[in-house]
Design a protein around this ligand. Sequence first.
Ligand code: SER
Length: 610
Amino acid sequence: MQETTKDILKKYINFFKEREHVEIPNVSLVPKNDPTLLFVNSGMFPLVPYLMGEPHPEGDRLVNVQRCVRFEDIEEVGDNRHTTAFHMLGNWSLNDYFKEKQLEWVYTFLFDVLKIEPAKTYASVFSGNKDAPRDEDTLKILKKIFSDYGIDPVENERIFFREEDNWWQRGDTVGELGGPDSEIFYYIGDKEIPDKALDPSKDEDILLEIGNSVFMEYVKTENGWKRMGRKNVDFGGGLERMALVLQGKNDIFETDNFWPLIETLENISGLSYGESIESTRHMRIIADHVRSAVFLVMDGVEPSNKDQGYILRRLIRRIVRSGKSLGLDREISTELASLVVEMFKWLYPELEEKEGGIKEVFQKEEKRFRRSLKRASKEIEKYLDQLSQKASEEDLAKQAFTFYQSLGYPEEIFLEDLRERGVSFDTRKFYEIYQDLLEAHKERSRKSAAGRFKGGLADSEENTVKYHTATHILHEALRRVLGDDVEQKGSNITSERLRFDFSFHRPVTEEEIIQIEGIANSIIKSDVPVKSKIMGSKDAIAQGVNFLSNEKYGDKVKVYFVGESLEKSYSKEFCGGPHVDSTGELSSLNIYRQKKIGRGTIRIYAKFDL
Ligand code: SER
């Protein structure tokens, strides 16, 4: 019978327990006391103080498995190996055993216990730099190990030297720990044995890294990396990747960690996995994201527009979008989340107890997102109505990208819409341009987030749309309380709050603020529709539509109004949108700050009550 992930884990933990390791509990994916890290991304994360010298209550030899999330490569998910969540097998020596024992044990575990083939196994070693010498000890030990298993340990054919790729450090600030490491690679190509010499730096498709022993004896100082006088070992092994090897696959999604999800997707979509590149990609995205999202909810994360909550929201939304691309137009995430609970309750018994709550989170978020997709379709209808039959691929790609960014509308669905309307275009050309836009965007968001979390994201369409509508309502409330002198001077909206600048000769009093909030909130509570209309700009101005006097408008303008009709509206403004469909979707608004900026201009900040 094939080795299950559960068997592999059990064997690993037992192997190290037999060698005097104590199994330590794993921790929540949400780091405690580390605002620089969004998710726990390696097993050593909670052990930093002990690696530095604090005595660990369980001793100097530790072992466990830790769930990890690395969301930086979320866009890469869809190939045969990238996943956002994975499990890291870990064993540690806190200044106890070092290179010799670690390498002997880890290869004994792989070759004798798991029985992976030495002939398909490759290793890498640190080549040295100005801070630390070439790792001759590791080379010597590895040569002996490979020879003992009948493999000629030829340098640069079996054992590779690398510099940066074989140095592991958690971060780059003074005080961080690091050291040379030695990675283990396994050949997962189609052939019995590889038919050419392989190199882990070049043959990434067929050489899979399955584990890494870090010899953590360095600490970062003002003057580079220095030995800290402690010889630690930090081993990290990819549990799912080991399952891939032992289950004879070359696709992580075909292991027992994902396969039941893929099968369910095949059943409900009627499509076959592997049949087309696109549907395979979407099935992988869904399977990966459902699993990560369940683990996140299990660890107490709730969808929101910030930090961990935002990643969760993004994962669930991508599930829905990829589902749409598979032609699944009904709610899917709850059923799949239940399946994840079923699949992983052996590892996380608490999942069973939490299942109800987890399903609720998925259901609510999916529903919410489906609502915004529906709202997006209206915008898209409008766009399609005025589109000519032959638009350039560049225009279409730009538009698709804008819809994706602002409304979360999937580009492939947009293409379907275009085809339905008989708009002709060259799909290949479209995707070339679209991919370029996407790449440029990814690059920008990577850069902008790099300072905060090593990845990070900063987009939150739904709340931003809400604040946008709230800004119109607030503008109207200000005019009603403070008079027609109030004129918008500027506004700035984030997913967290709105900021509004307007002309007024003095600060607003406490009493006036209460009145303004009262009017805005009564409009919100009345749940009136928000509509738009294209009008001649002169006509609109004549009808009292608000506009920015310092802005230029064309002959025809789009007017958004809050109310059943323009004549009977609560607010009417020149605006490109988007807005919510109805004010009932907003929470009540609270003005929490004001300041005077320059002569005759007041700035106020407002946000929704939770
Ligand atoms: N810390 C190392 C890694 O993340 C080994 O556990 O790869």
